[in-house]
Every structure is written in C-alpha cells, then in structure tokens.
Design a binder for this molecule. Structure first.
Ligand code: NAG
Ligand code: NAG
Ligand code: NAG
Ligand code: NAG
Ligand code: NAG
Ligand code: NAG
Ligand code: NAG
Length: 569
C-alpha cells in the first residue's frame, strides 16, 4: 500500500518497513552518485550540482489503513488524483477517522460575507431560485489543514473517500494541530452507517440525495393559480382596493389615509394555545413540517391567507388551529357592525363553511373579514373539525381582535381568511363572499397538498461530552424544541429554507434551525439571519449571549468561537 512521493513536507511515519526501505533507498542513491562521479571523472566534467533527495513518504489510501498515532498522514483515496496530507484521528472508538472538513465562523455579524465558504461569500441571494453556495454539494476544496480552526476547510476526501460513519469535534479556534484533540469540547460519532445509505460521502449525500434547496412548494402553486384567475372587481361591484402600506414590517394595511383601518389587519395564527400566536409578514410562507401545516398570505385583491392543516401521518398533528386578526376600524363607532354566522356552501367536490364580520354604512370603505375552512372527504380524505368557534369576536366598528378556532384535530382541510371591501361603506353581501370563496374552491380541488418533509438524522455516541452539556449550549428558546444526541441533515426552517447539518441535535420543531445548525444557504432572500456558515448563531439583534452561556436566541461566544471538525470513516 505504500508509495514513494516527491513532496518535501515532513510526515509522521514509523513503520519498520518504512525504515528498511529508507536505508535501501539511501544505498541506491549513494551507488548512483558514485557512478555519476565516476562518469564525470572519466569525461573530465566538473559536476557542480549536488544530488538532492527527499525523505521517503508513505501514502495511505485513507486513515483507515494507518497504523500509528493520531496526526498528519499522506492519503490518496482516489488513485487517479494526487495524494494530499490529512489529519487522522486514531483514538476515538478505535480510530481510523479521516478529517474531511471544518466549518469556522470568522464574523458572526457578517451574513454570507468573506470567510463563509460553506454558505456564500457573495451576500444573501435575493431570489428563491438561487442558492447561497454549493460547497456542500460540489468538489471544490479550500483551506489549509494546519489552519482548520482558523478558516473553513474541505479536502478531496470529502468527495472521494468512501465511508459509512461521521464524527464531529467542536474545537476552540486558533488551536495547533497537536491541540485539537485535547482542547475539543465535544467529540461524537455515528454508528448506524448513515453515509452508506447516501452513497458513501457527504458530497453524495448533499449532491444526490439532500440538495440544499427549498422544501416542496406547498401552497404556492395554488396561490399562483388563484392569482391567475381571480378578478375581485368583476365579482364585487365597487370592490375597494385597499393599499398595502404596512411599511417595512409588511404585516398590516394602513390604507394610505383612506380610513378603512387605522392599524388594521395584523394577522397571526397558532396551532397551540393562545400564548404562542405567530404573527405573519404578508407574502411569506410558514411551514411546520412536524404537524404537516403550512400557512401563507397573499397580499393581493382580495387579501388571502390559507392554511393547509395536518397531513395524515404527520408526527404531531395539531389539536386546534386558530386565526387571530387585529384591526382598528376607521369607522370609529359609526356605521354598522354585523356578523354572518356559520354558513355552508359547496362547489364541485369541496364544501366551505364561513363566518364573517362586517363593518359598513360609515362613509369609509366597508370591511368584511371572512373566516372559513374548506374540506372534502372525497378528494382530500378530510377529517372535519369538531367545532368552528368564535373565541373572541367584535360587535363594534371601533377596534377588534377577532379570534376564530377550529378544534378537534382536523386534518387535510384548508383554513382561510380573506378581506373584502367596497367603496363608500357599501355593504359586502353573502353573495359577494360566496362568489369569492367559490374561486378559491374551484382552484383548490385539483390539488393534493403534502406539507411533510422527511427528517434525516443519526443517533450519536460521545467520546467527549454528553447530551446535557450539549443542550446547555442551545439557545434557551430552542432547548425544548430539540433532542440532543443526534446529527440531523438538511433540516428546513419555517420558511422552507435549508440548513446543511445540525451538530449534536435533532429538531423537534423546526422553526429556527439556523440558530444551532450550520451551512445556512438563504435560498429565500428574505431574512439575512438565514445566511452564513453559523447563520443565526448570534441570535436575534439585541440578544447577544456571553462567553459561557447562550441567550434566548443565540449561542454562547465559546460555541461561536469554536470550529466544527467533520471526520468520516
Ligand atoms: C376585472 O374585471 C373588471 C370589471 O369587470 C374589468 O374591467 C377588468 O378589465 C378585469 N381585469 C382583468 C385583469 O381581467
Ligand atoms: C383546543 O381548543 C379548545 C377549545 O377552545 C381548548 O379547550 C383546548 O384547550 C385547546 N387545546 C389546545 C391543545 O390548545
Ligand atoms: C397576482 O400577483 C401579482 C404579483 O404579486 C399582483 O401584482 C397581482 O395583483 C395579483 N393578482 C391578483 C388578482 O391579485
Ligand atoms: C345604512 O344606511 C342607510 C342610510 O344611510 C340606511 O337607510 C340603512 O338602513 C342602513 N343600513 C343598515 C343595515 O343599517
Ligand atoms: C358586544 O360584546 C360585548 C363583549 O363581547 C358584550 O358585552 C356586549 O353585550 C355585546 N353587545 C351586543 C350589542 O351584542
Ligand atoms: C452569562 O449569562 C448567564 C445567563 O444569563 C449568567 O448566568 C452568567 O453569569 C453570565 N456569565 C458571565 C461571565 O457574564
Ligand atoms: C469570540 O467571538 C466574538 C464574537 O464573534 C469575537 O468578537 C471575539 O473576537 C472572539 N474571540 C476570540 C478569542 O476568538
């Protein structure tokens, strides 16, 4: 298996076979030199040049073949490529681990800036079609072996060394090679041969099986189709086109002084209790893969929010689904407040049930908030809610927080909210509502939604650290949402945006993997915190952690100042 190389780099090797070959080599060299000197003498030529020889080196296929202590060895996993030096760990679980990569954060405030080799150095991408970076998925190599705790590093073993398991070390930055092992705060490895299931390398895992792309489009194709067929003005005479001027927050309709709302139409939802409403930015999808739920908003005419609730077979289907809409009506007590109670309509194979709250007959544009759900036992195999409750509902034309809830663990239904309005306070009628709902229903019946996403993870064994120590490094808001003792691959966050790998944990609720996973590609172009090697480890602005402890949303400085070293075997 050994191989003579001409590199001048010093390498550790101490097999007696190597020594014997070395002395043989020197004998051959001396003999050659003697012959050359003899010929030169014969020819009367004065030889100026000395014969330079290099120390002989052994080249291994990989660390798997090394017999010796942990350290740097020359390896050549692919016989068609030149050898390169690699670090072998010969201690953890019997050794034979080859270091293939390191992920290092040089600037926690820089989002996909210089040094973020594993995400992008070109800044966050701005369209959903672009990826931040492809280095998890390609054969680029970068970084210097001696400096893996000072910069990102990837060697050819990442793609060329066939392996079955993964080991991860967390090593404080700026450490010398000889210190990596002792200074590591965590060392753990898989034993389930996870890589064998993905063609043997991290490269094949990401490039062939789990590419860093956004999750399935979910409800987007339905929204596009509704967008293409809806014409509110054709269905509602004097339809009022309120202005979307909620500013940078994009979460409300201030209506440019036309006085439909004062601070209107802030929409939120929850699949849990009332303490955990998720507010929504218009136009942004929210995915909850564990419960098979996706909620979207479309800031068009009319404003629409849709929620697909509970895929059959999702691990944690929601018990309830609740919409909350906060409004401050421009009518300010004038005009009429009226409710349309639960009403049922059908269109094709779908049925809708709606409840609406109306403000009209003031001089301002009228307001009709329609809360609905659509189901079909026949095409969607829907499991119906047991009730559709007005938890809180206004009866005035001033301000209101309307809360509407579906209970009884409904599954395979579409819940929704839409906002209708007419000029000069003209009343929106039930006929108007039903015409609009029928457009949604006609488009929806050709869809089968799937909001689940396979979770790929492996259980780990520790050679340093344990589950509890690992959990104490997780941002406190996230501690109850993860399980320690795993490595998870390519989780998607609640926007459907991927992260590459979660060191030491598996996500139970995948809202914010960027706070503790690595390699955020920011394919959404919406939230800068999603982009970077340690994309969101710094936490939300203002929640900076200290050296030893994480904050609510960010990891400790010790974690941020450590590199993740990845080995395979
Ligand atoms: C929508 O309907 C209105 C009223 O019928 C019509 O004037 C307008 O051209 C339609 N818009 C589109 C895009 O079809
Ligand atoms: C679901 O809603 C019902 C009715 O409002 C409530 O009593 C129950 O506590 C809710 N369940 C959960 C898990 O929030
Ligand atoms: C469809 O979407 C486009 C782009 O967001 C928007 O300008 C247009 O008004 C939408 N159409 C309807 C009918 O809402
Ligand atoms: C709306 O206002 C008009 C006159 O301004 C009045 O005739 C009508 O009864 C009002 N409608 C309701 C439902 O109060
Ligand atoms: C309006 O709602 C409040 C509280 O929800 C209630 O006390 C009041 O009786 C209601 N008024 C009418 C006219 O229904
Ligand atoms: C770091 O923060 C934790 C939790 O807020 C606190 O208990 C600890 O004392 C802080 N340590 C330092 C060095 O500030
Ligand atoms: C630790 O991390 C912080 C924040 O990223 C950085 O300012 C500081 O320089 C780092 N310290 C060391 C010793 O790397």
């Amino acid at each position: 298996m050994s191989y003579l190389s001409s590199s001048t780099e010093h390498l550790a090797f101490d097999s007696s076979k190597g020594r014997n070959m070395e002395s043989l080599f020197w004998k051959a060299v001396s003999l050659l030199a003697l012959i050359v000197a003899f010929i030169a003498l014969i020819l009367g030529i004065v030889a100026h040049d000395k014969v330079i020889s290099t120390p002989e080196q052994i080249v291994y296929n990989s660390c798997d073949d090394v017999q010796g202590p942990s350290g740097t060895y020359n390896i050549r996993p692919d016989k068609t490529q030149p050898p390169f030096s690699a670090y072998c760990d010969m201690d953890s679980d019997g050794g034979r681990w080859t270091l293939v990569a390191s992920i290092h954060e040089n600037d926690i405030d820089g989002k996909c800036t210089v040094g973020d080799m594993w995400s992008s150095e070109q800044g966050p991408s701005q369209t959903s079609n672009q990826k931040g970076g492809r280095n998890w998925e390609n054969k680029n190599v970068f970084g210097r072996l001696e400096a893996v705790t000072n910069q990102d590093y990837k060697n050819p073993a990442y793609y060329s060394l066939q392996a079955s398991d993964i080991m991860i070390w967390h090593v404080p930055n700026d450490r010398r090679v000889s210190d990596w092992s002792n200074s590591a705060t965590f060392k753990y490895y898989t034993t389930d041969k996870i890589l064998s299931r993905y063609d043997g390398t991290l490269y094949s895992l990401y490039s062939k099986h789990l590419p860093l792309e956004n999750a399935d489009p979910g409800l987007k194709p339905l929204l596009d189709q509704i967008n293409a067929t809806m014409n509110a003005s054709a269905l509602i005479d004097s339809f009022y086109e309120y202005r979307y001027d909620g500013g940078r927050r994009k979460d409300r309709i201030l209506d440019g002084g036309n006085d439909m709302f004062d601070t209107g139409n802030r929409i939120s939802f929850t699949t849990q209790d009332e303490t955990s409403f998720q507010s929504m930015q218009y136009g942004q999808p929210y995915f909850f893969y564990g419960s098979g739920v996706e909620v979207v908003t479309a800031p068009w005419y009319p404003f629409l929010s849709l929620a697909w609730i509970g895929d059959l077979g999702s691990p944690t289907p929601p018990q309830n689904f609740t919409y909350k809409v906060q409004s401050n009506y421009g009518a300010d007590g004038k005009g009429v407040a009226q409710t349309y109670e639960n009403t049922m309509i059908t269109e094709g194979k779908l049925t809708a049930v709606y409840t609406a709250f109306n403000v009209f007959n003031a001089s301002d544009p009228s307001i009709c908030e329609v809360y609905f759900y659509i189901y079909s036992k026949q095409v969607w195999n829907s499991k119906l809610p047991t009730s559709f409750i007005k938890v809180k509902f206004s009866n005035t034309t001033r301000e209101a927080i309307n809360i509407v809830r579906l209970t009884g663990a409904p599954q395979h239904i579409l819940a929704g909210y839409t906002l209708l309005s007419r000029t000069s306070g003209q009343q929106v009628t039930q006929a108007h509502i039903e015409d609009i709902l029928k457009v949604y229903m006609r488009q929806a019946q050709s869809f089968q939604f799937k909001i689940t996403n396979p979770k790929v993870y492996s259980k780990i064994k520790y050679s340093k650290g344990n589950d509890n120590m690992l959990l104490t490094g997780i941002p406190t808001e996230e501690q109850s949402r993860v399980d320690a003792g795993f490595i998870q691959f390519r989780p998607h966050n609640s926007l459907g945006v991927p992260n590459a790998l979660c060191p030491g944990i598996r996500l139970r609720i995948a809202n914010n993997p960027e706070r503790m996973c690595i390699g955020g590609a920011n394919t959404a172009g919406v939230n800068l915190n999603l982009c970077g090697d340690y994309a969101g480890w710094g936490g939300e602005p203002g929640s900076r952690a200290n050296k030893t402890s994480p904050s609510e949303t960010g990891k400790s400085l010790t974690d941020i100042n450590s590199s993740i070293l990845i080995f395979t075997r």
